[in-house]
Every structure is written in C-alpha cells, then in structure tokens.
Design a protein around this ligand. Sequence first.
Ligand code: ADP
Ligand code: MG
Length: 420
Amino acid sequence: MDIQDIKNRFGIIGNSPLLNRAIDVAKQVAPTDISVLIQGESGSGKEVFSHIIHQLSARRHGSFIAVNCGAIPEGTIDSELFGHEKGSFTGAHEARKGYFEVVDGGTIFLDEVGELPLGTQARLLRVLETGEYIRVGSSKVQKTNVRVVAATNVDVYEAVKKGKFREDLYYRLNTVPLRIPSLRERKEDINLLFRKFIVDFTDKYRSPGIQLTPDAQELLMQYNWPGNVRQLKNIAEQIAVLETERVVDATILAKYLPAEQVGSNLPVFVKDSAKEDFSERDLLYKVLFDMKKDMVDLKKLVVELIQKGVNAGTFEQNSPYINQLYDEVRPAPAYLSEELGTKPTITIRNPNENSNTPDFMSYEAQDAEEVEESLSLVDKESDLIKKALKKHKGKRKAAAQELGISERTLYRKIKDLNLD
Ligand SMILES: Nc1ncnc2c1ncn2[C@@H]1O[C@H](COP(=O)(O)OP(=O)(O)O)[C@@H](O)[C@H]1O
Ligand SMILES: [Mg+2]
C-alpha cells in the first residue's frame, strides 16, 4: 500500500513532507509489534494514526481499544487496565477483566499516557516487557499479548526529568517515535483541509457551497491553529452552518477565529467593511448553535452511559463526540469567557452531612445573585462593552476586537447605549 492509498483509506488530507513522513513511519512500524509513542499537539491526528497502525498490522482482526489515561481517576486506573478480583476494594462486588485482558491479541491505544500515575507506569512497563500482569487484589500472574500505541500532547521527556514519568518506560514506549506535525508546520495543507471539510459539511447540512476569497485563504494560513485539524474542522462546520454569505472574505472569516489568536498573530486584521458587522443576531445564533450542539452531545453521552454503564475511557473509541468533549481545546470565544456573569457552582454533598437531603447529589446555585441577575440583552450588551473597554483601558480598537465587532459598530453602540 503506498502513501496515497493510506490517505484515501483513512481519510487523511494533506501533502506536506512532514505529514507524508509520519504516514511513512506509521506504515513501516505497523506490521512490527513494536510500541509506538505518537507525539503531537491536540487535534493533530494522533488518534487517526493509532488506527492506521492497528489496521496495517497483523492484529487488524483483533480488538482495538482507546483509553484516555487522563480521563480515568487515579484510584481506578489499575483496575481499568489490569482488572480486579472480587472484594479487592470497597465496591468491587464482582471480579472484572481489565483492558489488557480483554484486548489480548489486539492493540491498546493509551492516549495522554503522560498522565499515568507512577504505580500504573510500573505495571505497564512489566506488561510491555514480559506480557505479564496481575489483577488488582490478586497474586496470580497472568499473560497477555497486547500491542501498545501511546500518545501524548506534552513533552513526556520533561516529565521524565521531573521524576513524574519513568525513564525506562519512556524509552520502552518510544522505541519508534512518531511525530505528527501541527497545522502551523504544514500550512500548505490548510486550504486543502478546509475545502474538504467545507464540502463535507455543506453536504451534510445541505447548505450551499462556500468560497474563500484570497485574503481569507491567507488568513487561514496565518492563523496559528492551537487546536490543529480538529479546530479547523470545527470552524469549517460553523461556517457551513451559520454563515449567510457564500463568498467568505477575511473579515467574515475572522469572526469565526477566536479573537485572542487573531489579535496576537495578526496585528492589523480588523478591517472596516461596508457591510453590517457581527450583529447581535449572529452572535445569538452562534451561542444557540453551540448550546444545541452541546445538548445533543450530552444526550448521546447519557444514552451511552445508560447502555454501557459508567466505565470511563472505554467508550471513547466509538465516540468521536466524547473524544471531542475530552480534548476540546477550542478556547471559548471571547464573548463567552467570564463575561456572561456568575456560573452556578455544582456541589456534591456528603450524604451524612445533611440528613434532610435524600439526594446524594444536589445542584446548588451558590451565588444568590444568580437569581437577581438581569437577563436583558441590552443590559448584557452594555455590560460587556463596559468590561471590554475597561479591560483595554478605553482603547476602542482593542475592545472592539475582543467583542468581535468592528470599531464603527462599537462607536455606534457606545452612542446608542449612552456609555460615553
Ligand atoms: N490529516 C488529516 N486529514 C483529515 N482529517 C484529519 C487529519 N488529521 C486529523 N484529522 C481529523 O481531526 C480530528 C482530530 O484528530 P485526532 O486524531 O482525534 O487528533 P488528536 O488525537 O491528536 O487530538 C479528527 O476528526 C480527525 O479525523
Ligand atoms: Mg485525541
């Protein structure tokens, strides 16, 4: 199979030398049983590569399981990975198989491997070296044959230096390092990816096609993409769904890119345009759209939890949306961060503390003000504007940028709302 076949088969877009190199390494290492440590920023495609390695290996008919090590509480991770015996800890009513037992003959993808506690690292090293493991609460040594593909978006070697990650395990996992380039390192692929995602999403939502003007294409290339391909995909989806203009220029596009990064990377990006700018209506649509998406994700999550039982980490492989919930690095748009007033705090009460509360978990809005808070849009708007002006020490240009509106709109609003 050549590199182009692999791209077609796994839906990988891009032609940059760094990406091709990564695919080539994955292809070569796949049929061996060597452990692989995939390094790359969040959203760069590490999980996609773990699938490539499994699928191109002799284990392709065996199971594949993705475990997000960062999402499993320290207290249960050993039992999740290696299983436990009945009665081995409070709540262990039944014996349970761990992933290393279940996946015997297959591949385990250990995402965020740097998050593993030291004790678990020792168990992992043993199973990598000898295939042996012991269930929690047992003394019987068991054997398994599992290939480990690990991934990290942080520099694990830093953790080694700080004593938080075992050096021997690091070298063992890192026999073949596989580095997935960030989007910034392969700018030439950005337009290609964006076009592909736009086509996918306009198809999916049956919306008309979108065209980018040359200045918009340039903006895509200049943006620094902290969330990499995942973020690009996300933004393509928002544009496919929300944008009313079918020809998207840089001014329109800039509204979809989180302001901080536009600001830091593109000093002169806020242009005046003849058209009406980011209106309140657009803003509300966007908020509603995000909320709706979150609701759908939550519903799916609840259904899945009911069907499969709470078992953090296991369901991830089938659930791109859970994956997304886990690693969503998309920074909250400026207008959503801190500005929207106090968040209700969720407290989990100790059941013994208050015998009047039969419910073990109760949600409590701690801030009494929450109820009093004005929900008028006009109030909110003038509030946000005041905050933005204060934050930027009265500099209207910066405040407008943060608010996602043009300077001109900001002037008008200051006048209309009597904020002068
Ligand atoms: N080269 C690529 N071409 C097309 N889609 C990609 C590419 N790389 C990543 N993706 C998509 O981007 C999203 C994030 O990829 P993922 O593998 O989950 O990243 P990571 O595990 O590094 O956070 C997924 O939807 C994936 O399908
Ligand atoms: Mg991931």
